[in-house]
Design a protein around this ligand. Structure first.
Ligand code: FEO
Length: 387
């Protein structure tokens, strides 16, 4: 992957292929990249650090770019440890350097490192600038995208936006992602940033006033071409609009009967010409991938069993994932299964009741143990409503 930025801005990030779970929960089969950059000018700014396990590699990269010069600033866009872990080591290695960050970042440094680097702080806020020489950085605050202290910066000389986590994706930069940028960027967005669509929209509005030619995220590739594509995707995702017309069927199944119902619904939707159908067994597929698919499609069907007077726990967790991310602007169909007292649809409906702009089809499918003529007819009716 081409990681050159511009003549003056150099990539010094690292690729992590040792990681098992990113942020303790996301599988990353293609590894993970922690991006960092150096702006070489009369003054030198290093943009963020990397994960704690990669200090030596990162420092070697930084020093190779510095060519014996000393950095003046460490710009900290985000305090999550995948980027901030090496701040203290950096400040020890370069005792004349100052930290440039928002006011909310310094108390976090105190929490992480026991010091807020008093006397070495350059506190910036919305519209603050940092002159490096030919390059001037202008700061844009991005609160709750997805932490409160997040800032972005814009270099007007090379028209580069340093976007913090925004526009990032899962996957290291030294392996080709066969699915391109969007799939793992979408899973990253809905998993990590998804709750904060309103805040992401606010930042996109501010960014719309900037002439951006290059986006440097803290994860994933450097985006240089066709930037409208990436910005459009972020706009769709953060405004909670469906990306594709179609139905995502998410099910759990104990003995396979609910699975059969979900599969029959998928088959009927396809027969009826539904533009896009995807089906997932929540117990066996990556749940963040399923969260992504729930947001991607215009319609969702949840199929599960009554279980301990509630619903199957994996479905309960999935619904929690959607609710906490403010799932909205969708149609949700329900399929329940129960042998002696099917109540799953009612329980699911209750869990979803706080969501805004949700439409429910007239048909709810009730299966008593196994499909029969009556429940097959309900599935047909649901497919007719959702196709
Ligand atoms: Fe990549 Fe929110 O840290």
């Amino acid at each position: 992957m081409d990681m050159t930025v511009t003549n003056d801005i150099k990539y010094v990030g690292v690729n992590d292929h040792q990681i098992d779970l990113f942020e303790g929960q996301y599988v990353v089969p293609l590894g993970m990249a922690y991006n960092s950059y150096v702006i070489m000018d009369e003054k030198i700014a290093v943009m963020d650090t990397v994960d704690q396990n990669f200090y030596d590699e990162w420092k070697t990269n930084v020093d190779a770019v510095l060519g014996g010069r000393k950095p003046d600033y460490l710009v900290v866009h985000h305090m999550e440890p995948d980027h901030s872990a090496n701040i203290q080591k950096f400040m020890e290695a370069y005792p004349d350097a100052q930290i440039v960050s928002g006011a909310k970042a310094f108390p976090m440094m105190k929490q992480f490192f026991g010091t807020d680097f008093a006397g070495r702080q350059v506190v910036v806020g919305e519209g603050s600038t940092l002159e490096l020489g030919k390059h001037t950085l202008t700061f844009v605050t991005a609160p709750m995208v997805h932490w409160p202290e997040v800032i972005m910066s814009y270099d007007s000389a090379d028209k580069v936006l340093f976007a913090a986590d925004a526009f990032g994706k899962f996957g290291a930069n030294d392996v080709e992602d066969p699915e391109g940028w969007a799939c793992e960027a979408r899973r990253y967005y809905f998993g990590i940033v998804g709750k904060y669509g309103k805040q992401a929209q606010a930042v996109l509005k501010k960014a719309a006033n900037l002439d951006i030619q290059i986006i440097c995220s803290l994860h994933g590739p450097i985006l240089k071409e066709n930037l409208g594509y990436y910005i459009d995707k972020y706009n769709t995702w953060s405004s909670y609009e469906p990306e594709d017309e179609g139905v995502f069927i998410a099910y759990t199944s104990v003995y396979g009967h609910t699975k059969k119902a979900a599969e029959l619904l998928a088959q009927k939707l396809e027969e009826k010409g539904c533009p896009r159908v995807r089906i997932a067994d929540l117990a066996r597929e990556d749940v963040p991938e399923c969260v992504e698919d729930a947001f991607r499609h215009s319609k969702l069907v949840l199929a599960t069993t009554t279980y301990n007077g509630d619903i199957f726990p994996i479905m309960r967790g999935f619904i929690d994932d959607l609710v906490e991310r403010g799932y909205t602007k969708r149609t949700i169909g329900l399929i329940e299964n129960g042998t002696w007292a099917p109540t799953a649809a009612r329980v699911m409906r209750k869990k979803l009741e706080g969501l805004k702009e949700i439409t429910y089809p007239e048909t709810t499918v009730t299966i008593r143990s196994a499909l029969n003529e009556a429940s097959i007819a309900q599935i047909d009716a649901l497919a007719e409503e959702l196709k």
